[in-house]
Design a protein around this ligand. Structure first.
Ligand code: GLN
Length: 304
């Protein structure tokens, strides 16, 4: 398969879409990024990689970190995490409060903000600081020590985190947060501010394409059953309230973020990451979703 040629064709085809998405503005620091960026990287299980465009440029990973936080919590706590967070698609925006009230503070899944806050809280019971544990985990998975937080983005989000604070307070009231709300929010905002490149993210996610084992080191992160479960949650919940449409169009487990990144997994073969900051109304990268749709169409690689 000539992945390089395929990536270059995709880059040409999505170019007209770059001006159509809207960069996230509710975190003011993110609004400074140009919507014209486009990068894509494929990391294959044999260690080969292919890149196009801005695939080596760092961007704000945001909700893509929820995947790694979940993997770390799942690795440490096993199926006990499902007592505190569900695994059903929410059908609501990622920052919605509505279901939390009648579901008594138990978020629908670990990829909406409420669920990611609970996962951060779980990690805070295991590690001195949850955000640093996630950062170190991502550094290890990408084999890149220079990966770091973006302090400006973290502070920018902390100052405007009214909705996430409301979600955290509601869960605290229902007894589903152990740590103080401010601790969890600050840690979560720092976690979301981690900046990485498409290639780093694709490499970091490759263990999920390899039954839970890092392909380049042989280190087992999750057993194959847990890796299957994580991929299943990505497929059903990883792209917000349009996960059904994403599965319809792309057909891969994936996790997106409002920085414009999407990390997707082709089990048994590769991980692919795309970045373009212009978002669609659900908060997924507009050109990124199209790029992945083209990728699975042109390669005939999807889980279906
Ligand atoms: N930090 C962002 C928030 O909490 C992450 C959201 C996202 O990427 N969907 O709103």
């Amino acid at each position: 398969m000539d992945y390089q040629q395929i990536l270059e064709t995709i880059q040409e085809q999505v170019r007209p879409l770059l001006s159509q998405g809207k960069v996230a503005t509710y975190i003011p620091e993110l609004s400074k990024v140009s919507p014209q960026h486009f990068g894509m990287a494929v990391y294959c299980l044999d260690g080969s990689s292919y890149t196009v465009g801005d695939a080596h440029q760092k961007f704000s990973t945001q909700s893509v970190t929820k995947l790694f936080a979940l993997a770390l919590a799942f690795e440490r706590e096993g199926n006990a995490i499902w007592k505190r967070v569900g695994r059903e698609p929410s059908g609501n925006p990622f920052n919605s409060l509505t279901q939390l009230e009648y579901e008594r503070g138990v978020p629908r899944n670990p990829f909406i903000n409420a669920g990611a806050l609970v996962i951060n809280d779980i990690l805070a019971q295991r590690f001195v600081q949850a955000d640093i544990a996630v950062l170190q985990f991502m550094r290890m998975l990408a084999d890149e020590l220079k990966i770091d937080f973006d302090r400006e983005v973290a502070i920018s989000e902390q100052k405007h985190a009214h909705r996430n604070n409301a979600i955290a307070h509601l869960m605290k009231d229902f007894g589903n947060l152990q740590n103080p709300v401010s601790t969890v929010i600050d840690s979560y905002c720092r976690q979301c501010s981690i900046t990485m490149t498409c290639l780093e993210l694709a490499k970091a996610g490759s263990f999920l394409a390899n039954h839970g084992t890092i392909p380049w080191s042989g280190q087992k992160i999750l057993d194959s059953s847990s890796a299957k479960r994580l991929n299943a949650v990505m497929l059903t919940c990883g792209t917000y309230d349009v996960a059904g449409d994403f599965a319809f169009r792309v057909g891969l487990p994936a996790k997106s973020g409002v920085g414009g990144g999407i990390l997707a997994v082709v089990p048994g073969e590769l991980a692919v990451c795309v970045w373009s900051p212009g978002l669609d109304p659900a908060g997924n990268s507009l050109a990124g979703v199209m790029a992945l749709e083209l990728f699975t169409t042109m390669t005939a690689r999807s889980i279906f």
